[in-house]
Design a binder for this molecule. Structure first.
Ligand code: NAP
Length: 287
């Protein structure tokens, strides 16, 4: 029987942890606060903003929305980031991306105070994932993949793992985290040859491509553990992952569903980072 790695179970455990931190912070007179910076009106950004706000409210993390118009200048965006950097009432900042094309995103993201970089987007935060030095927070989605594997008790040592996708937000950090857990890691991408064979011979697959059902029956084998990061809209309008769930179900050992898998855990990781940043900022031992 294939185990379905439900995000809700991981979220429940993480929420309990976050709620405990919120309570300790509250006793110290601090309300952990996440600022969400949005430039423009992209539908996917607005949807994520709403989802985060809803979940934040549930666990007692306050949200401060900062919205700039699509045509905002680079200076205006930099100023908004600077304001959040110096605002003592803000402990974490989520900068929704992509920023409008006329803005130098790589420059802007690196002006964020790493202490408030709860989404792990600055180069300094990313360097921590690669060096193992505690420089900030890891990108939430890659962290969510690891938290799912940890929660369900999978030991990755010596396992053959493949990460399909090499973006800076998911694939690359996920590969480093697997390596850190002593897996033997392959990173595949759009130029990879014989992807199906590489997948089939892997014990663990992390799929972060953004192509519906591209990890199909040819890529799957009994005994595999699969974490599906992809979020794609199918022809019938439903949300599906990168993995052909029907082909995996009944064959592999375990798979995270879409929706209800990595995405939901990602939000919890973000909120956990916010309470952690708040705790650090007040120098109390609230965790
Ligand atoms: P991305 O920046 O577009 O990266 C996609 C990666 O997939 C690239 O490295 C690309 O290779 C690779 N790729 C594309 N076509 C391929 C193919 N045919 N075979 C093998 N590799 C292929 O996307 P992303 O931001 O990493 O996101 C990936 C997916 O995860 C998307 O569906 C996104 O919606 C989802 N996502 C989910 C969450 C969550 O919280 N659950 C968060 C972030 C993203 P090249 O490098 O060679 O182009």
């Amino acid at each position: 029987v294939t185990k379905i790695l439900k995000g809700a179970e991981v979220v429940e455990a993480m929420n309990a942890e976050v709620a405990a931190s919120v309570e300790s912070l509250s006793a110290a007179g601090v309300v952990p606060t996440l600022a969400i910076l949005r430039v423009g009106e992209r539908g996917d950004n607005i949807a994520y903003e709403r989802a985060v706000a809803k979940r934040a409210e549930k666990v007692g993390v306050a949200v401060k929305n900062v919205v700039l118009p699509e045509e905002a200048s680079g200076e205006a965006v930099l100023q908004a980031v600077e304001n959040l950097n110096t605002d003592e009432g803000v402990h974490g900042v989520l900068m929704l991306r992509p920023l409008p094309k006329h803005i130098d995103e790589s420059f802007v993201r690196n002006t964020l105070n790493p202490k408030k970089d709860v989404d792990g987007i600055t180069d300094l935060s990313l360097s921590g994932v690669f060096t193992g030095i505690d420089t900030g927070y890891a990108p939430c989605t890659a962290q969510a993949c690891m938290d799912i594997l940890d929660f369900f008790g999978y030991d990755l040592q010596g396992k053959r793992a493949i990460v399909v996708g090499r973006s800076l937000v998911v694939g690359k950090p996920a590969a480093m985290m697997l390596l850190d857990r002593h897996a033997t890691v392959t990173v595949a991408h759009s130029r990879s040859v014989d992807l199906a064979t590489r997948c089939r011979e892997s014990d663990v697959i992390i799929a972060c491509v953004g192509a519906a059902h591209m990890i199909d029956a040819d890529c799957l084998a009994p005994g595999q553990i699969i974490v599906d990061v992809g979020i794609n809209v199918a022809e019938d309008g439903s949300l599906v992952g990168d993995v052909d769930f029907a082909a995996a179900d009944g064959l592999v050992d375990a798979i995270s569903p879409v929706p209800g898998g990595v995405g939901t855990v990602t939000t919890s990781v973000l909120l956990k980072h916010v309470t952690h940043a708040a705790t650090k900022s007040v120098g109390c031992h609230c965790e």
